[in-house]
Design a protein around this ligand. Structure first.
Ligand code: ATR
Length: 273
């Protein structure tokens, strides 16, 4: 039986084990997929033990995505551009790192929600691991200009630098949001609503055809999506579909086949309405 795991902290409530178990049943692949709690301090050792025990692949969630990139012997394009890894593939006695978050998000928005992302003037709120994971795929999907704001402005600058498209990617101050005009796509990728309040966002950000997307799901996504609906966003979309689609992309990297996702998504949606 092939061994897989998701590493993170906290990780006990991760939905990844059940999503991968469902995909494995669907495609009749025998595998074990567990959740392993690891902090920044314990992650390198925990990952080494997992590899020694025959671990074939892993997902990495917060707060370990940027650290995971540093532990990889090789990186895929998206992972290199974002500096964050959510998928590890055993390779040549080490780990190859990929980031499927962005492709998962784009697939959810375009296929499941039917959005055309091309030329959308886009605001990305946050510059941590989650924001880094989705930014390259959004640019590849053909969005228009990308504005990045973050509580710590240096991290927005650093993300913009890494993306390497200065004509298209613009770091700005959170405090200057009111002067940035309207957006067609607003992506909330901070962890603020996990333990604190959503940063103050002017309603003037929301254009008439705007889609608002939170990369979180469940309770954590409620404040931003409520703000977006109140501000008149046409679409308000949580990160549950992205979660399922990034898992399917990881599954494809490990097993060479992409599972169908609608049934798993529908099952989870009943619990996270
Ligand atoms: P993740 O993997 O969830 O992105 P992370 O890499 O720790 O986790 O990044 C957290 C993000 O949420 C960062 O953009 C962080 O802003 P800073 O770079 O200034 O730390 C943002 N964030 C966390 N708490 C916040 C708060 N209370 N207000 C605004 N932004 C917050």
């Amino acid at each position: 039986t092939l061994r897989f795991a998701v590493f993170g902290h906290p990780v006990a409530h991760s939905l990844s084990p059940q999503i991968h178990a469902a995909f494995a049943r669907e495609l009749s692949i025998a595998l074990e997929y567990t959740a392993i709690d690891a902090t920044a301090e314990t992650f390198p050792d925990a990952l080494a033990r997992f590899a020694a025990a025959g671990g074939a692949g892993a997902n990495v969630t917060l707060p370990l995505k940027q650290q995971a990139a540093a532990l990889c012997g090789s990186l895929g394009d998206g992972a290199r551009r974002s500096g964050a890894v959510n998928t590890l593939v055993r390779s040549n006695g080490g780990w190859h790192g990929e980031n499927t978050d962005g492709r998962g998000l784009v697939r959810d928005l375009t296929e499941r929600h039917g959005l055309d992302l091309r030329q959308r003037r886009t605001l990305l709120i946050g510059a941590g691991g989650a924001a880094r994971g989705v930014a390259p795929a959004l640019l590849e999907a053909g969005i228009g200009d990308l504005f990045v704001v973050n509580r710590t402005p240096e991290r927005a600058d650093a993300l913009a630098d890494t993306l390497g498209e200065p004509a298209r990617v613009h770091p700005r101050y959170l405090a200057d949001l009111a002067s940035l005009g309207e957006f067609d796509l607003i992506v909330h990728a901070t962890s603020a609503t996990r333990d604190a309040a959503l940063p103050a966002l002017p309603m003037s950000l929301v254009g008439t055809r705007a889609a608002a997307v939170d990369v979180n799901y469940g309770e954590v996504a409620i404040p931003f999506l409520a703000w977006a609906r109140a501000a008149g966003a046409r679409d308000a979309i949580d990160g549950l579909g992205m979660l399922v689609e990034q898992a399917a992309e990881s599954f494809r990297l490990w097993h060479g086949r992409r599972p169908a996702t609608d049934e798993v998504y529908a099952g989870l949606r009943e619990r996270y309405a």
